[in-house]
Design a protein around this ligand. Structure first.
Ligand SMILES: Cc1cc2nc3c(=O)[nH]c(=O)nc-3n(C[C@H](O)[C@H](O)[C@H](O)COP(=O)(O)OP(=O)(O)OC[C@H]3O[C@@H](n4cnc5c(N)ncnc54)[C@H](O)[C@@H]3O)c2cc1C
Length: 312
């Protein structure tokens, strides 16, 4: 049983802490910002492998995480996970690269919004960050400690897991990590069916999705290269473009509630490797919720299992 410090309190850090605790390690979480001030707090956040690699590992992690989230949706409603029917637009009927991660993928060629010739339909867990992050935190044995880490070598513990998202660019000196800016507009549901999600990423310059939550809808989105480490204010031009896409696709939503902006920590490949006392675990791009439990299990495997029980 090791004394492990997880640095970072987004979905990746908190899920890693939970997975480590479940096998009996003693875990503390240290973060510059509380969960509600992270990228994770502004995510959609639906299960869908987007802007992340490498594909083989992503498929494995996504499959494991999907099963874990589906089980959580049945067992713990307070964890903020529900199951939606997703309609994901496609240009042709070839199975998408992530098809191995889903058992129930169905090709649809009935008339679709935005003139899409095909779509893939499947059941996917959708997470409400405002419920899920506090639930993850509630599973910890100790409160999150708020402190900015300047050097990973100085962090206490037998082992340190670096889950700092875009913060790893500076903390680990990682020049292959870049920010992909995402913005969404959150609206009241209006007449939209809260059981179905719609996504169209065929053209990333005009991507569009509608993700229902329990009491609101998330309309997006974009994935734009961004230089800084701190998200900018919401761009009203982008908000209007998303709302126009929603109207044109026939979604009769309610009034605008707020904007949300965040920086996806993008890397050609998620970094999951051990360097001495440190395990790096970041770079989940547009898929932190989609992969967190699966990749956290690989962190557990790198440490070697302790004496406790394994969940999920
Ligand atoms: C608009 C938008 C929509 C998205 N939609 C989805 C979706 O539908 N599905 C999906 O799976 N993913 C989605 N994502 C992607 C997802 O949000 C990210 O992959 C995920 O949040 C990354 O989590 P993380 O824990 O690695 O990073 P973060 O959530 O950014 O957390 C990083 C943590 O590290 C801490 N930290 C950083 N630097 C330091 C330091 N030096 N010292 C101490 N602590 C530090 C921070 O304070 C924070 O606590 C979306 C993202 C955006 C922006």
């Amino acid at each position: 049983m090791a004394e492990v410090t997880v640095v970072g309190a987004g979905v990746v850090g908190l899920t890693t802490a939970l997975a480590l605790r479940e096998v009996g390690h003693r875990v503390r979480v240290l973060a510059a910002e509380r969960p509600e001030r992270t990228t994770s707090a502004v995510a959609g956040a639906v299960w869908y492998p987007f802007e992340v690699g490498p594909r083989e590992k992503v498929n494995r992690w996504a499959r494991t995480t999907r099963a874990w989230l589906l089980a959580l949706s049945r067992a713990v409603p307070a964890a903020g996970v529900d199951v939606l029917t997703v309609l994901e637009c496609a240009s042709d009927s070839r199975p998408p690269w992530w098809s191995e991660a889903v058992e129930d993928l169905r090709c649809v060629d009935r008339p679709l919004p935005r003139g899409a010739p095909f779509a893939w339909e499947f059941e996917a867990p959708r997470v409400e960050p405002a419920l899920h992050l506090p639930w993850l935190e509630s599973q910890l044995d100790r409160p999150i400690e708020i402190a900015r880490v300047e050097r990973l070598e100085d962090v206490p513990g037998d082992l340190v897991v670096n889950c700092t998202g875009i913060g790893a660019r500076r903390l680990a000196g990682d020049t292959t990590l870049s920010a992909l800016l995402g913005q969404t507009v959150v609206v009241a549901p209006g007449e939209v069916d809260l059981r179905r999600m719609y996504g169209d990423e065929r053209d990333l310059s005009a991507m569009f999705y509608v993700i229902p939550r329990r009491r609101e809808l998330v309309i997006g989105g974009c994935a734009l290269p961004f230089e800084g480490d701190v998200p900018p204010a919401a761009d009203p031009g982008l908000r209007n473009a998303f709302l126009e896409r929603a109207r044109a696709a026939g979604f009769r939503h309610g009034p605008v509630l707020r904007d949300a902006v965040g920086l996806r920590p993008f890397r050609p490949e998620v970094r999951l490797e051990r360097a001495g006392r440190v395990i790096h675990h970041y770079g989940h791009g547009g898929a932190g919720y989609t992969l967190a439990w699966g990749s956290a299990n690989d962190v557990v495997a790198l440490l070697g299992a302790g004496p406790g029980r394994r969940g999920g």
